[in-house]
Design a protein. Structure first.
Lengths: 246, 79
């Protein structure tokens, strides 16, 4: 699919990695619609990006937003499911005997934000694609955590689920001309990564990465553009991690 | 039944030619699920060079209704 003139909806696109993806696609001629919870960040988007406040964990809100976007732009060609929140909590914390085990409500919350949201947004967009008989591309932003990251039970489970849904949808929706792929970043040099990880851990990650550095947000955005562009790419989980997972 | 249509139905639902009869419906063909429905739609579009609307797709739940939809699209289905 050509980026030029396509209508791309990017969730969680008002800042960080999502904003890098939105900017990259916009610079290549896509009409970019950003859906995000953060109204303040949305207000700071460039004028020619269409921003709207949306909680991607609410199906009815998602359906209404998708309808509004289609009413305004005619269609949605590309959905980038980027919204999500990194969450770390060990399964067992022996330093906290009164609440030693991973909190279940926080597990559910993380899975809702990182997995259910992908289902909800994809459901809302694919419904419109099928009803209108239009082709399209779904790009799910996964994570190297999908392979299992210690201290990230919920986040890892959610991202592994995202990968599984990606492959399932690629098989199920492919015949309708709807492709589905995932881009799975490793450790990217963003503010959220720096906030989430101690310097010593970042150094450890870098020394274990064959390319000996963190990734750049623009490199993830490039990968997203590639899977949109390539019309024969379907069901792929594309690792962008400098070889860390090898 | 029109042989061309029967051939499409046999391919999509993996039926022997003698199993393709006019009274087939979604309820009496075990393999007729939602994925096969999309397969059917795309096969018919390819075979007859037509485009089916969403309303056509949900209507096509029996051979009789498929014939009705195809006829409405100007497809000739004489034997």
């Amino acid at each position: 699919m050509e980026l030029e003139g396509s209508v791309a909806l990017i969730t969680g696109g008002a800042k960080g990695l999502g904003l890098a993806i939105a900017t990259y696609l916009h610079e290549r001629g896509a009409k970019v619609v950003v859906a995000d919870l953060d109204a303040e960040a949305l207000a700071a988007l460039p004028e020619n990006m269409d921003g709207r406040v949306l909680d991607v964990t609410r199906l009815d809100d998602a359906k209404a937003a998708v309808k509004e976007i289609i009413d305004r732009h005619g269609r949605i060609d590309v959905l980038v499911n980027n919204a999500g929140v990194i969450y770390s909590e060990p399964m067992v914390n022996i330093m906290n005997p009164s609440g030693m085990m991973h909190d279940y409500s926080r597990f559910r919350k993380s899975v809702t934000v990182n997995l259910d949201s992908v289902f909800i947004m994809s459901s809302a967009v694919v419904e419109q694609m099928v009803m209108r008989r239009t082709k399209g591309v779904i790009v799910n932003i996964s994570s190297i955590s999908a392979c299992g990251n210690e201290g990230q039970t919920a986040y890892s489970a959610a991202k592994a689920g995202v990968n599984a849904m990606t492959v399932t949808w690629s098989k199920e929706l492919g015949m309708m001309g709807i492709r589905c792929n995932a881009v799975s970043p490793g450790f990217i040099d963003t503010i959220s990564t720096r906030n989430a990880l101690k310097d010593s851990i970042v150094k450890h990650i870098v020394s274990n990465t064959p390319l000996r550095r963190l990734g750049r947000a623009e490199e993830v955005a490039q990968a997203v553009a590639s899977v949109i562009n390539n019309d024969f790419m379907n069901g792929v989980v594309l690792n962008i991690n400098g070889g860390l997972s090898l | 039944m029109n042989q061309r249509l029967a051939s499409v139905l046999a391919d999509v639902f993996e039926l022997r030619p003698d199993q393709v009869v006019p009274d087939l419906t979604k309820d009496n063909v075990g393999s007729w699920d939602s994925l096969k429905q999309m397969d059917l739609v795309l096969s018919l579009e390819r075979e007859y060079g037509i485009t089916l609307e969403f309303s056509d797709i949900i209507k096509m739940n029996s051979v009789a209704n498929i014939i009705e939809v195809l006829t409405s699209k100007g497809v000739g289905l004489g034997t």
